[in-house]
Ligand binder design. Structure first.
Ligand code: PEP
Length: 251
């Protein structure tokens, strides 16, 4: 059965000491909780080692928020997937709309990053989603299908099994405006069908597909109750254990 996942995306928030505190408080909050989902903490590069250490001995998964397109060499300022994996991180978030928008990450870049991540044994949380104009024009399905086709549908079946999809409509990220549970379900069902068309029904049924965009403890139960919504990628509400815990408990 496919996994349910509550994944935090801290983005560019917290200093290292603050991040260690946050990871410890999440760890503490989860102790004794009968969890029905995997918990992933997506944290800045600088925090990976320390956060991996802070959650050691638990099944909390640490993820990076990016990795380089190249394996190593003269790429000042870049962080390779091998470096990420060497910290104890087990996953990486790729294709987030903020990276696509502000750092011009296109599908070609993402294909290279995904390949690096998988070559280094990292699970990929691959983000996709339309902007407001595209939604208003009714083009959301075409946009999302193209992002999947151009970013990850080059993968072999085996490789694809290491991918989690996060559908994040850009108009819902950090805006306080959440997609309705019907809108989320409609898109995630479409994504699962698109995966089935490419990789077959069995792989589609095994793929975890998350919703992201102003998800919080209040709206998570309704979103996660939908049959195709396997969890959430959580930005703002992952920055305190108090706000994150109800999301983890929402399954
Ligand atoms: C995100 O950027 O991954 C996200 C979902 O952010 P927020 O929860 O703050 O909308």
């Amino acid at each position: 059965m496919r996994k349910k996942i509550a994944a935090a995306n801290w983005k560019m928030n917290t200093t290292v000491p603050e991040g260690i505190e946050l990871a410890k408080s999440v760890r503490q909050a989860l102790e004794g909780v009968d969890r029905k989902c995997d918990v992933v903490l997506g944290v800045p590069f600088t925090h990976l080692c320390a956060v991996a250490e802070a959650v050691k001995g638990t099944d909390i998964i640490v993820a990076a928020e990016n990795c380089a397109t190249e394996p190593k060499g003269a790429y000042t300022g870049e962080v390779s997937a091998a470096m990420v994996a060497s910290t104890g991180a087990k996953a990486v978030i790729l294709g987030h709309s903020e990276r696509r928008q502000y750092y011009s990450e296109d599908s070609e870049t993402l294909v290279a990053k995904v390949a690096q991540a998988l070559d280094n044994g990292l699970q990929v949380i691959f983000c996709c989603g339309e902007d407001l104009e595209e939604r208003k024009d009714g083009r959301q399905f075409d946009v999302v299908r193209k992002e999947l086709e151009d970013g990850i549908f080059n993968l072999s079946e085996d490789e694809f099994r290491s991918v989690v999809i996060a559908y994040e409509p850009i108009w819902a990220i950090g805006t306080g405006e959440t997609a309705t549970s019907e809108q989320a379900e409609e898109m995630l069902k479409y994504i699962r069908q698109t995966i089935a068309d490419r990789y077959g029904k069995e792989i589609a049924e095994e793929t975890s597909i998350l919703y992201g965009g102003s998800c919080n403890g209040k709206n998570a139960p309704e979103l996660f109750a939908k049959p195709n919504v396997d969890g959430g990628l959580i930005g703002g509400a992952s920055l305190s254990a108090e706000k994150f815990l109800p999301i983890v408990e929402a399954f």
